[in-house]
Write a protein that binds this ligand. Structure first.
Ligand code: HEM
Ligand SMILES: *[C@@H]1O[C@H](CO)[C@@H](O)[C@H](O)[C@H]1NC(C)=O
Ligand SMILES: *[C@@H]1O[C@H](CO)[C@@H](O)[C@H](O)[C@H]1NC(C)=O
Ligand SMILES: *[C@@H]1O[C@H](CO)[C@@H](O)[C@H](O)[C@H]1NC(C)=O
Ligand SMILES: *[C@@H]1O[C@H](CO)[C@@H](O)[C@H](O)[C@H]1NC(C)=O
Ligand SMILES: *[C@@H]1O[C@H](CO)[C@@H](O)[C@H](O)[C@H]1NC(C)=O
Ligand SMILES: *[C@@H]1O[C@H](CO)[C@@H](O)[C@H](O)[C@H]1NC(C)=O
Ligand SMILES: *[C@@H]1O[C@H](CO)[C@@H](O)[C@H](O)[C@H]1NC(C)=O
Length: 326
């Protein structure tokens, strides 16, 4: 890419982030500017120190925000613990033994409470922490509208309906559309799989008997296939072994996820499926070629996702402890 072209693209990125009215309803970029001026610093420090201890945590926090937003809206519901009288989302199938990062959000929340007690919602902290996770792993930065309030309840049924790696693209797209998102959001946000890990059972059916005749998924690159068979042998005790979603740069938020898809090297069936449809494949081709385009669109789609079903004004509450309602 020529220098002037990439300069043009970064200008485009800059202008569109600040000129397009990304915001939404009653959320506001300056929501805590007066009431909790150090909020951003506290969240950034919390995410930074968590990543310094374990690089994967950036991916885990980003995913936690997605799981919060898709079940009951971005209201911190995913953070609520089960009790004897309350069933939350943590033990829903997509989250159980899979969602992680709760301790990091707790630690950030504790520091935020010290600086500005009962001001900042857990939903906003998680939204900001997801942005910091992307930024601190080398990805884009985008302004985050704030002012979400925390839900008083959770919805396990909704959490069980989170997009699954085993369902076809049309079903996943339908779920995004039901959240007010579109096909482009499906592709761009799937680019989050440029960081983090998946357990073998989430893609193992592609490796051994994909067609019922003992053959692997034909859309899986042969050399990746043989590597994956080594890490995920065909026996149940390999189910929870971990594999990088983007083996080329596991801890870096870049556009390699899309380059991998072009090379038949997507890990999940739902990842590679983006190449099996002409429209999504053309988005993938563009993001694989133009990192700035991906960076810009990812920020835009994250803001859209962060606005799903938000509670504002007098609705919900600002939890003191993210794990339980006040
Ligand atoms: C499009 C539908 C999606 C499907 C089917 C899907 C599925 C999955 C699966 C199966 C895993 C591995 C979980 C495990 O093995 O425990 C995973 C991990 C992950 N997902 Fe997604 N995902 C989708 C969309 C998203 C979105 C929209 C985001 C965020 C914007 C996201 C972010 C992540 C991240 C960062 C990880 C790695 C987490 C870690 O290492 O802890 N995913 N996803
Ligand atoms: C650091 O990460 C490890 C996992 O790699 C985890 O067990 C430990 O609790 C983390 N420590 C802190 C202080 O976050
Ligand atoms: C929980 O989520 C399900 C599935 O999205 C939905 O049908 C149901 O109405 C929700 N329940 C409540 C109480 O919001
Ligand atoms: C996809 O959605 C259709 C219609 O809602 C449903 O009948 C089908 O079971 C879904 N497929 C999978 C694999 O979830
Ligand atoms: C592996 O797990 C599957 C599903 O849980 C079960 O049906 C199968 O019997 C198990 N196989 C072995 C060898 O344990
Ligand atoms: C994908 O293919 C291109 C050229 O065809 C190559 O340069 C690149 O290294 C490949 N990437 C991966 C992840 O295999
Ligand atoms: C997708 O493109 C291929 C050729 O590139 C064409 O044969 C096919 O009909 C197209 N499919 C759809 C659904 O447009
Ligand atoms: C891909 O990029 C080309 C050139 O920038 C543009 O014309 C096309 O509409 C883009 N396609 C998609 C699906 O975004």
């Amino acid at each position: 890419m020529s220098h002037s072209y990439s300069k043009f693209l970064s200008m485009l990125l800059f202008c569109s982030l600040f000129s397009v009215p990304l915001c939404c309803g009653q959320l506001d970029y300056k929501f805590y500017d007066n009431t909790c001026p150090n909020l951003l610093k506290i969240v950034r420090y919390g995410v930074w120190s968590a990543i310094a201890n374990e690089t994967r945590m950036a991916a885990s926090i980003l995913r936690l925000h997605f799981h919060d937003c898709f079940a009951n809206g971005c209201d911190g519901s995913v953070l609520l613990d089960d009790t004897s009288t309350f069933t939350g989302e943590k033990n829903a199938t997509p989250n159980k033994n899979s969602a992680r990062g709760f301790e990091v959000i707790d630690a950030i929340k504790a520091n935020v409470e010290k600086a500005c007690p009962s001001i900042v919602s857990c939903a906003d902290i998680l939204t900001l922490a997801a942005r910091e996770s992307v930024y601190l792993t080398g990805g884009p930065y985008w302004p985050v509208p704030l002012g979400r309030r925390d839900g008083l309840t959770a919805n396990e049924t909704a959490a069980n309906e989170l997009p699954s790696p085993f369902e076809p693209l049309e079903n996943i797209t339908a779920k995004f559309v039901s959240m007010g998102l579109d096909l482009k959001d499906v592709v761009v946000l799937s680019g989050a799989h440029t960081i983090g890990f998946a357990q073998c059972f989430t893609f193992k059916q592609r490796l051994f008997d994909f067609d019922g005749a003992g053959n692997p998924d034909p859309t899986l690159d042969a050399s990746l296939l043989s590597n994956l068979r080594t890490v995920c042998p065909n026996q149940n005790n390999s189910d929870t072994n971990l594999v990088s979603l983007d083996p080329t740069t596991t801890n870096k938020f870049d556009n390699n996820y899309f380059k991998n898809l072009v090379n038949n090297s997507g890990l999940l069936q739902s990842d590679q499926a983006l190449m099996g449809d002409n429209i999504t494949a053309s988005f993938v081709m563009n993001y694989s070629k133009f990192p700035f385009l991906f960076s810009r669109d990812f920020g835009i789609s994250m803001v859209k996702m962060g606005n799903i079903g938000v509670l504002t004004s007098q609705d919900g509450e600002r939890r003191k402890n993210c794990r339980m309602v006040n």
